[in-house]
Design a protein around this ligand. Structure first.
Ligand code: ASP
Ligand code: MG
Length: 373
């Protein structure tokens, strides 16, 4: 047996679009001997679920029915294309039944509180992971299990943007997923979804599957985190603005986190931290071109060169100029306190003896901030 490498592989929505895409992704997971396969909902399903919650509040139930039918049809079609067995089809119908029941509940109450939204949105990933399991099972001899991530991905109860409980996740991963670590089993599981200590379903916020994969990699002490998407890696700059942009071969955790915040859409910013804490390199790869190198994110900072340029629209720049700043102390503190008061995060800052320039992304409290400044 070759040396055991514990690999967590995450496949995004476009890599889970239909039976063909799922099979392609499953083949990659089998070839790479992934221990944990984390999946997003099938392409577009999370948006459909959110839309469903909206229309279910309206009087006309037929609008909801149309979305429910579309989700059902989509997943049944994939299951049939993948030649799922009877037991898999039954499990699928149970989940689709839960979807309909939840939508009816929302319709009846004309309300979809955050807790219910999380339960509803979790169905995207809870529906897609059994499909990936079916595909992967047929491609490898190893036992391949669809694993309910709520057993290990412990969060607090901020529904819609739940905060993962790192230590508990580690303990739970060590308890439940050791068979993956020792190479004799593959677990396919859901990104984006978690659960509170009371077992209530939560979600980590839109695009959260990358974060889930990183948390599981950290919890298990994986050797590598692979993120499979439909682009060739992090680009040197925004390819839509600059056609000469090309994929970056290697980049540090810090640079990747910065780029994820400032423009690169390929990676969820919060996914870098768990990998960095666990010293687990992240490889960003393209499902459509698995042999291409992609981008490797690691702690190796031996290359002292400019790696990338990010571009971001719609930011607000604020320039504070004051003679009172000259030779003074505590001036910056007073400025920053105002931003803290209005819960506004500052992204960039430059300062000289008489001026401070800074940028913010969220300008919703700008009038209050300016008033206090
Ligand atoms: N399915 C979720 C979303 O669309 C999470 C993810 O794909 O990362 O936001
Ligand atoms: Mg994503």
């Amino acid at each position: 047996m070759d040396s055991l490498k514990v690999i967590v592989s995450k496949f995004g929505g476009s890599s889970m679009k239909n039976a063909e895409a799922i099979t392609r992704s499953a083949q990659i997971a089998a070839d790479h001997k992934s221990s944990i396969v984390v999946v997003s909902a099938t392409y577009g399903t999370t948006n459909q679920l959110i839309q469903l919650a909206e229309v279910a509040k309206q009087d006309d139930w037929s609008l909801s029915e149309r979305i429910i039918e579309s989700i059902k049809e989509n997943h049944r079609q994939i299951a049939s294309d993948l030649k799922a067995e009877e037991a898999d089809l039954e499990a699928l119908e149970t989940l689709l039944g839960e979807l309909e029941t939840l939508a009816k509940g929302i319709h009846l109450l004309k309300d979809a509180p955050a807790k219910v939204m999380d339960r509803l949105q979790s169905l995207g990933e809870r529906l897609s992971s059994p499909l990936m399991t079916v595909a992967l099972r047929s491609l490898q001899d190893k036992p391949t299990e669809n694993f309910d991530v709520r057993q290990v991905l412990r969060t607090d109860d901020q529904f819609g943007k739940a905060v993962p409980q790192i230590e508990e996740i580690s303990n739970l991963c060590q308890n439940h997923l050791l068979a993956a670590k020792y190479g004799n089993q593959t677990f396919v599981t859901q990104g984006f979804v978690g659960a509170t200590a009371d077992g209530e379903t939560t979600t980590l916020g839109r695009g959260g599957s990358d974060y889930s994969a990183a948390l599981l990699a950290e919890g298990l002490g994986a050797d590598l985190l692979e993120i499979w998407t439909d682009v060739a890696g992090i680009a040197t700059t925004d390819p839509r603005l600059c056609p000469a942009a090309r994929p970056i071969g290697e980049i540090t955790f810090q640079e990747a986190a910065e780029l994820a915040v400032f423009g690169a859409k390929i990676l969820h910013p919060s996914c870098v931290l768990p990998a960095q804490r666990g010293l687990i390199p992240i490889r960003l790869k393209n499902t459509m071109d698995p042999s291409a190198g992609g981008t490797l994110i690691s702690s190796d900072d031996s290359k002292a060169e400019i790696t990338a340029i990010a571009a971001k629209d719609g930011i607000t720049a604020i320039k504070v100029k004051s003679g009172r700043m000259l030779m003074a102390y505590g001036f910056l503190k007073k400025i920053f306190e105002i931003f803290e008061r209005y819960e506004t995060s500052i992204d960039m800052i430059t300062t000289s003896e008489v001026a401070v320039s800074l940028t913010i992304d969220d300008a919703s409290r700008l009038p209050d901030i300016l008033e206090d400044l």
